[in-house]
Every structure is written in structure tokens, then in C-alpha cells.
Design a protein around this ligand. Structure first.
Ligand code: SF4
Ligand code: SF4
Length: 498
């Protein structure tokens, strides 16, 4: 073989077909090659090589964006309080100008349904986009790997360091890395509890050592989970623990945009000199440099076909494009495209048209309907709620002054950020009147984002109404400090004794 003759290796047709579960064990004992390979994978540490390019820039942008939101949001103030606070003790969720109460659990449910449908839609359209760019596991792994690269160096330096015997330099580098990791992890844990208790008070509490047991617990627990998952578990979480990786197979099809190796163009692969005409030599565009494998955070070879371990991060796309540039070949040997595009030789425009297919159209329709209903419901959400509780001790009685009296308690809830002045009145029977229990007024003040139990007395003159139960309406008319008016009408019954 001449030195210019390439090593041609055929594409492995049998390996890892798209998303299909592999057999786990052979009957009669002994483990299958698949199991052995999986166990070897778990044991072997992956040293992803750093990569630059279009998708790497997107990943960095999304890490910065998501973390600015995560770390920054609890510090924002709104109307003199924390803008986003899930106050479990007071059972109130503050989200900017909105205060949600336990009665608003429906909004949380709808939000979860919306998230689920968004996930279905985006996975059907573009595979594991969420995994590659916004999943906390990916994001923190990226941050921790960035720290690791800064302290220990790139792939080869890290491999050498791990293989070298323990000495002062190795201890210094490892200790520096872990101190930085632990600081990031603890800050992440601290931020997490800052969504459930006022973060400014927590901040002083941490240094004064005055946090409660559960606050310490959750801060360390979340910090520990971050350190363990992003520092050590990394791709193992995506490969073996994440349920999404397993059920995505029902959400993608052959028209889904995923990171795909163009085997039609790439095979037969093999090393070659830049000077030869590889097409004339019967070779494909893949130079078999293995860069796409070296940069892969989950350590897979995308050339073996689509695999459930692929998180769609695009690192292999960037790596391969660099190689294609160096070889003067067109970019896109590995690219975001669909299985059908490779099989049928479709253009990117034809592939994009297939984004709108029955499955995605159904998801989009459902998502739009739920989203519109959710927004309308939020926009028209009343800031005043009233629950009527009848006094069960005394149904109705005659009182001095020739009146029949029924006693109720009103649970009045102000979900706005302003004090409400609430005028109470009753209707439905002749000459019906309503006052608070002390008989002095029919107007009450309700503080912002609070509720108040108000005992009230409703009276009608004796002889004006037949004995028995009668339907009445209790009306609460609120005027905010800004002059906004809200009216709530509740139905109840009035009892006239014989
Ligand atoms: S980076 Fe591209 S050229 Fe290199 S092995 Fe991977 S697919 Fe082939
Ligand atoms: S195969 Fe490519 S896209 Fe998939 S995880 Fe590896 S580097 Fe990321």
C-alpha cells in the first residue's frame, strides 16, 4: 500500500439503530457485548475536547442567559418586595405584579401542561434541543467543564494530569478546581432557597449563621447535587438516569431535525492527504479524524447513527465543520437535518417544509389554544375574591328593633398589591340591610396581598318576608387606591324563622 493510499473503513450499518432499545442480557448467563460496552462506558471517564463554532457560541449564550435569569431573578425587587418569591409558609407565590394563592393552583397546572406540550412540539421538530442548550444538567456541566479547562487545561492536559502520580502540582490543581466547583455549587444551592425565602435576609443569615435547619439542609443538598451531577456524573445522568432520553423515541420521527452524520456523503471514510482527489480514490468526505467523538460530551460516535445518548448539543457539527474547512470540503458533513433528508437526498428547504406535518400541527394547535386561554384567564383574573361562610350555630333569629337577623362570615381576599376599600351590600329581599358584626359600617379595608375574615350581619324587617329559606346576593364592590373598581357577587340563603 502506498503512503497516499487511504484506509477505507465501511460504515457500521449494524450499530445503534435510531432510538431502538438494545437487548440487555443473553439467556444462559454472561452479559451481552452491549451490556459489557455499557458497563465499560460507565467506568471510563470522558474528556471532551473544547470546540469553537456556531453551536458552541449558542451554547455559551444560552448558559449565560439561563444563569443570569436563575442567579439574578431572586435579587430583583417589585413594589418593595422580592419580585419572584414562592412563599410556601404564607402559601403565596409572588411573580412580579401577580400574587397567586392556593386557589390559583390551576394556573400552575396549566403552566405544566403548556411546558409538556412545548416539549412534545420542540422535540418533534428539532429533537433534544432542550437537552443540548437549556437543561440544567447540560448548563452546569458546561460551567464546571469550563472551570476544569481553565484550571487543568484542555483534553490532553487533563488526561495526562489524571494519569500522573500525585504530586504538589496535581494536588494544587485538583484542590483549586474543587474549591471553585464547591463555591459555584453552594451559590447555586443558596440561590435555589432564595426562591422560597427572601434572599436578602438569607444572605445576611448565611454569614450570621442564623438560617433555619431546612434552609441549611436545602442549600447544602442542592449544592451537593450540583457538585455531584455537574462535576462527576455528567453524561451518565443523560445516558442512564434521564427519563426524557428514554421516551423521546415516541416523539421523534424520520422528519425530525436532529444532529445527523451524512453517511451518503461521508462514506467510505478514511485518512487521506489533502492533495489527492478523494472522490477519484473512491472515498467519502469523512477523514476519520475522530474529532467529532473527542468533542462529544456523552462520548458517542454520531457516525454510528442516531443514538438516544445524543443530547443534540451540536459540538460534533462545529468540530466537523472545522475539519471540512481545513480539507476544503463543503461544511455540513454532520449537520442538523432529518433522517429522511439523508435517505431521500432532500434539500434543507424541503426538510424545513416538513416541519409542518400532521403531528407538529396538532401539537401547535393544542398549544396555541391552551396558551390563549391561559393568557385571557390571567388577564381577566379578578383581584378580589369572596367566600361566604354561614354561621351554623344560629340560622336566623329575631332581634330587638323588629328585625330578623342572619350572621355570616366573609373570607375576603385581596390578590392585588394595593389596599382595597370594599363596600358590602345585600339584595334579594325587601328592605334587606348588611353591616359588619359590630353594626357600625358596611365598608372594610383589605391590605395588599392579604385576606381577612369579616363577620357580617344581614337583616330584614319582621313580617316582610315569608318564613323559610330565601336566596339572597351578597355584593362586594372594591375600589383600589388607583381608583380601579372590582365587583364580586356571591349567592347565599337567608333564613326567616316561623
Ligand atoms: S469530525 Fe467529520 S471528518 Fe472527522 S471523523 Fe468526524 S465526521 Fe469524519
Ligand atoms: S453526538 Fe454530537 S450532538 Fe450528539 S451529544 Fe455528541 S457532540 Fe453533541
Amino acid at each position: 500500500m502506498s503512503s497516499q493510499e487511504p484506509t477505507v473503513r465501511p460504515r457500521n450499518e449494524d450499530a445503534a439503530p435510531a432510538w431502538q432499545p438494545q437487548p440487555i442480557a443473553r439467556p444462559g448467563g454472561g452479559s451481552s457485548p452491549v451490556v459489557e460496552r455499557a458497563l465499560a462506558d460507565v467506568r471510563s471517564k470522558i474528556y471532551p475536547r473544547s470546540v469553537t463554532g456556531f453551536f458552541a457560541r449558542w451554547r455559551v449564550a444560552l448558559v449565560v442567559f439561563t444563569q443570569l435569569i436563575y442567579y439574578g431573578l431572586p435579587w430583583l425587587q417589585w413594589n418593595g418586595r422580592q419580585a419572584v418569591l414562592f412563599d410556601l409558609g404564607a402559601r403565596k407565590f409572588y411573580i412580579f405584579g401577580m400574587v397567586l394563592w392556593p386557589q390559583d393552583i390551576i394556573y400552575l397546572t396549566v403552566l405544566l401542561v403548556l411546558s409538556a406540550f412545548s416539549l412534545f412540539l420542540f422535540t418533534a421538530m428539532a429533537g433534544r434541543l432542550f437537552c443540548g442548550y437549556a437543561c440544567p444538567q447540560t448548563v452546569y456541566t458546561e460551567i464546571f467543564m469550563w472551570v476544569e479547562r481553565k484550571v487543568e487545561g484542555d483534553r490532553l492536559a487533563r488526561i495526562r494530569l489524571d494519569e500522573s502520580p500525585w504530586n504538589a502540582r496535581k494536588i494544587r490543581l485538583k484542590a483549586t478546581k474543587h474549591v471553585l466547583w464547591i463555591l459555584i455549587a453552594l451559590w447555586t444551592g443558596f440561590t435555589f432557597i432564595g426562591y422560597f425565602a427572601p434572599i436578602r435576609e438569607l444572605f445576611t443569615g448565611v454569614f450570621a449563621g442564623t438560617l433555619g435547619f431546612w434552609q441549611w439542609f436545602w442549600m447544602f443538598f442542592y449544592g451537593f447535587a450540583t457538585w455531584g451531577n455537574a462535576g462527576f456524573m455528567r453524561e451518565q445522568v443523560c445516558k442512564y438516569m434521564c427519563p426524557y432520553a428514554r421516551f423521546q423515541s415516541v416523539m421523534v420521527d424520520q422528519d425530525t431535525f436532529v444532529v445527523t452524520y451524512d453517511y451518503v456523503r461521508g462514506e467510505p471514510r478514511g485518512g487521506r492527504s489533502r492533495r489527492i482527489d478523494h472522490k477519484e480514490a473512491g472515498m467519502g468526505d469523512c477523514v476519520d479524524c475522530s474529532l467529532c467523538v473527542q468533542v462529544c460530551p456523552t462520548g458517542i460516535d454520531i457516525r454510528e447513527g442516531m443514538q438516544y445518548m445524543c443530547i443534540g448539543c451540536g459540538a460534533c457539527v462545529d468540530a466537523c465543520d472545522t475539519v471540512m474547512d481545513k480539507m476544503d470540503y463543503p461544511r455540513g458533513l454532520i449537520r442538523y437535518t432529518s433522517g429522511n433528508a439523508i435517505k431521500e437526498g432532500l434539500t434543507q428547504q424541503q426538510v424545513r417544509k416538513r416541519i409542518f406535518r400532521p403531528r407538529t400541527i396538532v401539537y401547535m394547535t393544542i398549544l396555541s389554544v391552551i396558551l390563549v386561554a391561559f393568557l385571557v384567564s390571567l388577564a381577566t383574573r379578578t383581584t378580589l375574591r369572596v367566600d361566604v361562610i354561614r354561621d351554623r350555630g344560629v340560622l336566623g333569629r329575631e332581634v330587638p328593633g323588629g328585625m330578623i337577623e342572619n350572621v355570616y362570615r366573609l373570607q375576603i381576599m385581596n390578590t392585588s398589591e394595593e389596599t382595597l376599600s370594599v363596600d358590602l351590600s345585600a339584595s334579594g329581599l325587601p328592605e334587606i340591610t348588611l353591616t359588619t358584626a359590630d353594626g357600625t359600617t358596611s365598608t372594610v379595608k383589605i391590605d395588599p396581598a392579604s385576606n381577612r375574615l369579616v363577620p357580617i350581619v344581614v337583616q330584614v324587617p319582621v313580617g316582610q318576608t315569608e318564613p323559610g329559606l330565601h336566596d339572597i346576593e351578597l355584593r362586594a364592590q372594591a375600589v383600589s387606591e388607583g381608583g380601579r373598581e372590582t365587583v364580586v357577587v356571591e349567592h347565599s340563603s337567608f333564613y326567616v324563622p316561623k
